[in-house]
Write a protein that binds this ligand. Structure first.
Ligand code: GLA
Length: 780
C-alpha cells in the first residue's frame, strides 16, 4: 500500500512501514523502516532529525540552508559533491570533468508495477500491484532519476530500483549506479553475508558494524559462490525467533556489491547494486539506464520470519512459468555415474534400472556433443556425437521415453572451447583481447553476449537442440568466471559497459528460450552454485545448489541458502560414496534425508549399488513422491540448535504434514538427550510422527557382539562377517501421537542414543554425520 502526503510518503506491507520524505532543500530523506506504525496527524515530525546547527567542520549545503550538512543526514538518494562524504548511491561524471551532482525532488506518483526493458523484474499474477515513482532532477546537468518503490503487501517485501535518464546534449558517464540505499541509525547491527567457493557455497559470516565499510562483493563476472548477493543486517542478539533482521537481495546475475558503512555519527548506510569496479555506462540525450531491482524485507522477530518473507516472495514474485507451483520430477543424472565415458548402451542400461526404481527423468550431462571426450574441447559444437549416440539425441530421447521417463539434457550455451569449430569460424565472438594472451578457466572462454549476433545464433542453435532432443528438462551450466574483460565489438569508450551488456544479452537469450519452450523445466548451474541468484530464478525455477553432494557438507550449504531462498529452488542429489568431492562416507539414508530438503535426484548408476541399497532407493522414491506434494513450497524452519546438531523442519502450507530432520556431525560419548522442537504446526490438529525402522549391522558393534552371543565371535572374523548377513540389531521406528499444541509448545523426547551400556530396539544408534528423518501427518 502506498500513501502520498504533502512532503512524505508511506509504503506499507502487512507488518512493516517504510517512510521517507522531502526536506527543505528538496532532498529525499529516510525517516523509518521497521515494524508497522500508524502515524497520527503531524506525528511525522517525530521521525525527523531535530538538528539545529551544522555539524562541526562539515560542509553546509548552502548558505541559506546553513544547518544542512548532508554528511549527517539519513538520505534515500546520495551523490557526490554536496557535503555527503559517505559511499554514494550514484556517481556521475559530466562533460566538463566534474562529478558534483544535486538531485532534488520533482514529483511522486503511483502507477502499476512495470516490467523493466533490459533486466528481469518481479511480478504479480494475481493483483495489480502499484509502485511509487519518485522523480528527482539535477537541473544544472539535465539528468533525471526515477526512484521506483514496489511494496508487496502479503510478503512484507519492498523492491527498489532506479532509472537514470539523460536530457542533456552532453555525454554523461555513469560510474556507479546502485539500486538500493538504506541509511539508518546503527542499532548495534551485525552484517551477515554468505561466501565460499566451488563445492563450499553459502557459508555464513557475521561481522559487527563498528566503523568504516564492510562488504560482500563479486567482480568475477557472475553473482558467484564467493559472495552471494543475499545479505542481512541483524541486531546483535537476533536468533531464529527474536530480534530485528533486515534482509536484501538483488535481481541480477553479474558483478554486485553490498556495502555497509558505519560512520562516526553512528549511522549506517547500506547499498546494494551493480559493482562499480568493472562498470561504466555512457548516456546520451534520451538514454535511460535501468539499475537491477533490489529486494528488502524486515522482521521484528528474528531470522525465521525474515526467511519466510523472502521464500514467499521468491516463490510467487520471482520464479515464474509452468513449473512455479509444480513439484519437480525425481531425476537420475549421468555426470558422476559416467562422466565423459558413456555410449548409448550404457546410458540405456542406467535408465532402465532408474525407471524401474520409479525415477521420472533421465538427464544426460556433459559429453554428448562434438568431440567432447574430456573438458578441453568442443564447447560451441552443439551437434550430436554419433560415436556415442548413433541415433543422436533424438534416438536416445525416444528410447528413454519408451522406458516411461522424460529426457533431460545438459548444455553450456555461454561457453566456447578454443578447440572447437565455432571458435575457428568466429574468433571475434569471444570475450578476449586479441592483442594479449587469454586466460582460460576449465580450458574454456566466454562468448560475448553483448553482441546481438551471438545471442541470435545461440537462440537458433539451442532451439534446435531442445526440439530435436524432445527434452523436458535442461541443465544450463556456466563453468568459468570472467577474466580479460574485452569485447571485440565495443569501442574503447564503451569497453567498461561489457559486463553489464553481457547480462542484458544473457537475459534476452533466457527470455526467448524459456518462452519458446514453456514446458521445459530449466535448472541453472554454474559449477554448482556459482550463479545462484534472483536474476537466474526469474527464468529458471531451480538451481543446482552445489557440485558438493556430501551430506555433511550439504547441511551447511543448504542451511546457508535457506536464509534467502526457498527449498523449491534447490537442486539436491544423492550421490555415491565415498563422496566424489570429499571422499566422506555417509549412509544412503542420510544422503537422502538431506536431499529430501530440496528437489531430489540421484547421481549414481543404480546398476552399481547393492540389492539392499537399491531397495532403499525405491523406498526413498516412493516416500518423496508422496511428501513432495505436501511440502513443495512449505514453510521451512531452521530450529536453533547446539553446535554439531542441525534441526530442519518443513511444514506444508495447510499444516497437515511436516518433515523434521535431525542431523548430528559427531557421535559424542554420552550423547545429549534428544528432543524434537517442532514449529509451525496447527494447535488445533492432532498428529502422528513416524520414523524408519533401522536394521544395524552387527559388524558395527565390533567385539561387543559377544555380550549377546552364546559362542565367542572374533571381531571382524569370517564368522562375524557371515553372521552379519543374517543377524541385524534392530532399532524400531518411532510412532508418536501428539496434539499440535503440545508439539508447538513443548520439546518432544525421542529414543535416546546408544551410550555404551546397552542396546535394544528403543535405542537410537547414530554415527558421525548421521541423521534421522521424522515425517509428520495430521490424524484425519
Ligand atoms: C559442472 C557442473 C556439474 C557437471 C559438469 C559437467 O561442473 O556443476 O554438475 O554438469 O559441469 O562438465
Amino acid at each position: 500500500m502506498i500513501k502520498i502526503f504533502d512532503d512524505y510518503f508511506v509504503l506499507e506491507t502487512e507488518n512493516t512501514s517504510y517512510i521517507f520524505g522531502v526536506d527543505e532543500a528538496k532532498h529525499l530523506i529516510h525517516y523509518y523502516y521497521g515494524k508497522k506504525i500508524e502515524l497520527k496527524d503531524n506525528e511525522i515530525d517525530n521521525l525527523k532529525s531535530r538538528r539545529e546547527f551544522a555539524v562541526g567542520n562539515g560542509i553546509s549545503y548552502s548558505e541559506d540552508k546553513h544547518k544542512i550538512t548532508m554528511e549527517s543526514q539519513l538520505l534515500e538518494v546520495s551523490f557526490l559533491g554536496k557535503g555527503d562524504i559517505r559511499n554514494p548511491l550514484i556517481d556521475l561524471t559530466y562533460e566538463d570533468g566534474s562529478s558534483t551532482s544535486d538531485f532534488t525532488f520533482v514529483k511522486a506518483e503511483t502507477r502499476t508495477h512495470t516490467k523493466m526493458k533490459t533486466l528481469p523484474t518481479s511480478y504479480d499474477d494475481k493483483y495489480k500491484i502499484e509502485e511509487l515513482v519518485v522523480s528527482l532532477i539535477d537541473e544544472i546537468h539535465e539528468v533525471k532519476i526515477k526512484v521506483i518503490y514496489t511494496p508487496f503487501y502479503n510478503e512484507n517485501v519492498i523492491t527498489r530500483r532506479l532509472e537514470i535518464i539523460s536530457r542533456s546534449d552532453k555525454e554523461i558517464i555513469v560510474n556507479k549506479a546502485m539500486s538500493l540505499q538504506l541509511d539508518m541509525v546503527n542499532k548495534d547491527f551485525d552484517f551477515i553475508s554468505f561466501h565460499g567457493s566451488w563445492i563450499r557455497e553459502m557459508q555464513k559470516y557475521v561481522q559487527p558494524c563498528i566503523i568504516g565499510t564492510i562488504s560482500s562483493e563479486s567482480i568475477c563476472g557472475v553473482s558467484s559462490s564467493r559472495s552471494n548477493p543475499f545479505v542481512m543486517l541483524a541486531s546483535k542478539n537476533a536468533n531464529e525467533t527474536y530480534g530485528e533482521v533486515y534482509a536484501f537481495n538483488l535481481v541480477y546475475s553479474g558483478n554486485h556489491l553490498e556495502s555497509v558503512e558505519t560512520d562516526t555519527y553512528s549511522h549506517i548506510r547500506f547499498l546494494t547494486g551493480i559493482h562499480p569496479y568493472t562498470f561504466k555506462y555512457i548516456l546520451n540525450k534520451g538514454d535511460v539506464f535501468e539499475t537491477p531491482e533490489a529486494i528488502m524485507t524486515y522482521s521484528s522477530n528474528g531470522f525465521t520470519t525474515m526467511s519466510h518473507n523472502m521464500h514467499n516472495f521468491v516463490s510467487k514474485h520471482i520464479v515464474r512459468g509452468e513449473w512455479r507451483d509444480v513439484p519437480r520430477p525425481i531425476l537420475n543424472n549421468s555426470w558422476e555415474a559416467a562422466y565423459f565415458k558413456f555410449d548409448q548402451a550404457k546410458l540405456l542400461q542406467m535408465a532402465r534400472k532408474a525407471s524401474k526404481a520409479g525415477i521420472e527423468l533421465f538427464v544426460l550431462d556433459d559429453g554428448w556433443f562434438g568431440e567432447r571426450n574430456d573438458d578441453t574441447k568442443a564447447l560451441g559444437d552443439w551437434y550430436d556425437n554419433k560415436k556415442k549416440l548413433p541415433q543422436g539425441l533424438k534416438g536416445l530421447s525416444k528410447k528413454i521415453n519408451n522406458l516411461g521417463m522424460d529426457f533431460g539434457i545438459w548444455v553450456e550455451p555461454e561457453m566456447i572451447s578454443e578447440n572447437s569449430k565455432l571458435y575457428r569460424d568466429h574468433p571475434d565472438w569471444v570475450i578476449k583481447n586479441p592483442n594479449t594472451t587469454q586466460s582460460l578457466g576449465r580450458h574454456q572462454m566466454i562468448l560475448d553476449l553483448s553482441q546481438d549476433e551471438v545471442v541470435n545464433y545461440l537462440i537458433d542453435v539451442f532451439s534446435d537442440v531442445f526440439t530435436r532432443s524432445n527434452c523436458k528438462y535442461v541443465k544450463w551450466d556456466m563453468n568459468r568466471i570472467f577474466s580479460d574483460y574485452f569485447s571485440q565489438k565495443l569501442d574503447k569508450k564503451h569497453m567498461k559497459e561489457l559486463s553489464h551488456r553481457y547480462y542484458i544479452g544473457f537475459y534476452r537469450l533466457m527470455e526467448v528460450l524459456t518462452s519458446r519452450f514453456p514446458h521445459i523445466l530449466f535448472e541453472g548451474c554454474s559449477s554448482g552454485g556459482n550463479r545462484f541468484d534472483l536474476g537466474i530464478l526469474s527464468y529458471f525455477p531451480q538451481i543446482w545448489a552445489s557440485d558438493n553432494s556430501d551430506a555433511r557438507a550439504r547441511m551447511d550449504i543448504q542451511q546457508g541458502y535457506s536464509y534467502g531462498y526457498p527449498l523449491s529452488t534447490l537442486g539436491c542429489h544423492v550421490s555415491d560414496i565415498p563422496n566424489h568431492q570429499t571422499l566422506r562416507n555417509c549412509s544412503l539414508t542420510t544422503r537422502y534425508n538431506v536431499a529430501f530438503f530440496g528437489n531430489l535426484g540421484y547421481e549414481f548408476n543404480l546398476n552399481e549399488i547393492s540389492k539392499e541399497d537399491y531397495k532403499e532407493v525405491v523406498r526413498q522414491i516412493e516416500e518423496y513422491k508422496k511428501y513432495r506434494n505436501y511440502l513443495f513450497n512449505g514453510d521451512f524452519y531452521r530450529i536453533s540448535s547446539k553446535d554439531g546438531y542441525y534441526h530442519f523442519e518443513v511444514v506444508s502450507k495447510d499444516k497437515k504434514h511436516a518433515a523434521y530432520l535431525y542431523f548430528q556431525t559427531t557421535n559424542k560419548s554420552i550423547n545429549d538427550e534428544m528432543f524434537l522442537d517442532f514449529k509451525g504446526l496447527s494447535n488445533e490438529m492432532e498428529y502422528v510422527i513416524h520414523s524408519l525402522d533401522y536394521h544395524h549391522n552387527i559388524l558395527d558393534f565390533g567385539g561387543l557382539v559377544n555380550q549377546i552371543s552364546p559362542i565367542h565371535i572374533k571381531n571382524g572374523s569370517g564368522l562375524h562377517k557371515l553372521l552379519s548377513k543374517f543377524i541385524k540389531m534392530n532399532e524400531k521406528g518411532e510412532h508418536i501421537f501428539s496434539s499440535g499444541s503440545l508439539l508447538n509448545n513443548s520439546l518432544l523426547p525421542v529414543y535416546n542414543a546408544f551410550v555404551g551400556t546397552g542396546f535394544n530396539e528403543k535405542t537410537r544408534l547414530m554415527f558421525d554425520n548421521d541423521s534421522r528423518l521424522y515425517l509428520v501427518d495430521s490424524k484425519e
